[in-house]
Design a protein around this ligand. Structure first.
Ligand code: HEC
Ligand code: HEC
Length: 268
């Protein structure tokens, strides 16, 4: 059996298609570069082969990365979330520490661990090819998708909000189209994953069009109260509205016939 296996192995090696050898070897180089970067910058939390590390106390230093795909690496490293400085409820964004080439290599290495979503192509998320009219339609469809799927966490104006266990859903007004697309594909942290099966690439692009349209919205003057919607508007109504009613009620109480009679009696 061993002989048979060796024979098929050798025969395969001899006859395997060699036409793609050029690109395959450069892919291998990329994965190799990525592996070296990974060993230095990521393996302390994610393990030498991206298998994840859990301490003896049961705390997870970093999750296993097989199958998260190149898109997850491009998002996490491209927004500065990774390499995480320390384990915590949620990894904050910070200045990006790797060059684009290095991120590509890291992504290639992680993608080699198991199949997962790849980095989207600009044609998937770019709004440049849309006519004025197509863009308007995309914005209205995207708005509906956003209102049903995202406002619970990100607030209706995409300004973000608090999450349980010390996390927060970030403000989306600076996130690039590529990172919005990748966040949807990979579901970072406590966010749900919106795979292409449940939110098609066109629907993802519609959401991007909607979020971009919010950035272009003119300010109509007056206080926007941080654009936080019901929370700050409710606060405003409570403090200013109910507050002035309470003052008014106190004022009325101080000027009724009974209070002035009591004052007269006191004077007498
Ligand atoms: C269950 C709550 C939840 C829902 C629903 C949700 N998100 Fe998120 N989202 C989060 C959290 C939490 C993060 C931060 C994750 C982290 O940093 O690890 C996040 C991160 C993001 C980011 C990355 C922002 C940045 O600047 O890096 C984008 C973009 C995003 N979400 C878009 C969306 C869109 C679009 C939808 C709807 C289709 C959506 N999210 C639905 C909770 C949610
Ligand atoms: C200090 C520990 C630490 C270091 C160093 C670190 N990570 Fe992470 N990483 C984490 C933790 C914790 C999470 C889980 C974050 C979450 O769920 O919000 C994570 C999540 C990720 C994810 C998302 C996985 C998913 O399920 O979508 C990717 C991709 C990733 N890390 C890549 C990297 C890469 C690449 C590096 C090196 C450049 C790195 N990490 C360095 C701790 C670390």
């Amino acid at each position: 059996m061993v002989l048979g296996l060796m024979l098929t192995g050798t025969l395969y090696a001899a006859f395997a298609p060699s036409s793609s050898a050029g690109s395959a070897s450069s892919d291998e180089e990329l994965v190799e570069t990525g592996r070296n970067l990974f060993l230095v910058g990521c393996s302390t939390c994610h393990g030498q082969n991206g298998e994840g590390i859990t301490t003896l106390e049961g705390d997870q230093l970093g999750p296993a990365l097989a199958g998260v795909g190149a898109a997850a690496v491009d998002f996490q490293v491209g927004t500065g979330r990774m390499p995480a400085a320390q384990p915590g409820a949620q990894n904050p964004t910070k200045p990006v520490t790797y060059s684009d080439e290095e991120i590509k290599a890291l992504a290639a290495f992680v993608a080699s661990l198991g199949p997962g979503p790849s980095v989207p192509d600009p044609s998937d998320y770019s709004l440049a090819g849309l006519s004025e009219e197509e863009r308007e339609e995309a914005v209205s469809r995207g708005g509906q998708i956003f209102l049903t799927n995202c406002t619970a966490c990100h607030n209706f104006a995409g300004k973000g909000g608090a999450m349980p266990r010390g996390g927060n859903a970030p403000n989306l007004s600076d996130t690039s189209a590529k990172h919005i697309y990748e966040a949807l594909l990979t579901g970072p942290g406590q966010m749900d994953t919106f795979s292409n099966g449940n939110l098609s690439p066109e629907e993802k692009r519609d959401v991007i069009a909607y979020l971009y349209s919010l950035r272009e919205q003119p300010q109509y003057g007056g206080f926007d109260l941080g654009g936080m919607g019901p929370v700050s508007e409710g606060m405003f109504a409570w403090i200013v509205g109910i507050g002035s009613l309470v003052c008014f009620a106190t004022w009325i109480a101080a000027h009724t016939a009974r209070t002035s009679r009591r004052k007269d009696e006191a004077a007498a």
